[in-house]
Design a protein around this ligand. Structure first.
Ligand code: MG
Length: 218
């Protein structure tokens, strides 16, 4: 009898539990709604406000570091130094390699204001600037020109991804380049990027992560 009551309780519990689970709405959002929310975030000024806070905090952290003659700061390019929002809007957040390559060649990406201001602060303090980008070596000249047009007038080095590095993940490629720079004598006091793969893997003191709600690179 006791066993029967226990079994009945178990079935009742399972019935309630599965009914509750089945009645939960799925944890996904409608793609059109998500895109609309992301556009709104960028266009309404929320992105700009979030950047203001992050960069102000980065400058505070910078003030606590010792700066030497080999001190360097590493910048990512896309969605860090340069904004490709125009491209993202044109293709509704879609990535089409041939169109992306054409966009890079236009050299029309604009600077992200707060990142450019951060760059100016670093330059004024005598810190060397190094760009490390996942863009390919064949895009070196267009990237170099675009950075100059966007106001990044002085920098030490621009490093693109070589054809022999195509199989590395972004994280592996970027940390390898920081390791090589460190071995050459640079003291990398910080890195700034819109992806965690720009920052993780060592060989940097500060890690300044800025937002990117449009895509992820690992
Ligand atoms: Mg980036």
């Amino acid at each position: 009898m006791r066993r029967t009551i226990q079994t009945m309780f178990l079935f009742a519990f399972l019935f309630v539990f599965f009914n509750r689970v089945a009645s939960q709405p799925p944890l996904v959002v409608n793609l059109s709604d998500a895109k609309k929310a992301i556009k709104e975030y960028y266009l309404s000024g929320q992105y700009s406000l979030e950047l203001d806070t992050i960069i102000a905090d980065a400058i505070r952290q910078l003030n606590s570091l010792q700066i030497g003659k080999n001190s360097a700061f590493v910048f990512d390019v896309d969605e860090t130094a340069l904004s490709n929002f125009e491209y993202e809007m044109k293709y509704d957040f879609g990535y089409i390699k041939s169109e992306w390559d054409k966009w890079v060649e236009t050299e029309k990406a604009v600077p992200i204001r707060q990142v450019k201001a951060f760059y100016d602060t670093l330059v004024s303090r005598g810190i060397k600037i190094i760009f490390i980008t996942g863009r390919s070596q064949s895009q070196y000249q267009a990237t170099f020109n675009n950075l100059k047009k966007a106001g990044y007038g002085t920098f030490d080095t621009l490093i693109c991804r070589g054809s022999n590095e195509a199989n590395l993940t972004a994280r592996e490629f970027k940390s390898l380049k920081r390791k090589e720079l460190t071995e050459k004598g640079y003291k990398i006091i910080g890195s700034i990027g819109d992806q965690w793969s720009d920052l993780e893997g060592g060989y940097t003191i500060l890690k300044v992560k800025i937002p990117n709600y449009m895509y992820k690179v690992e």
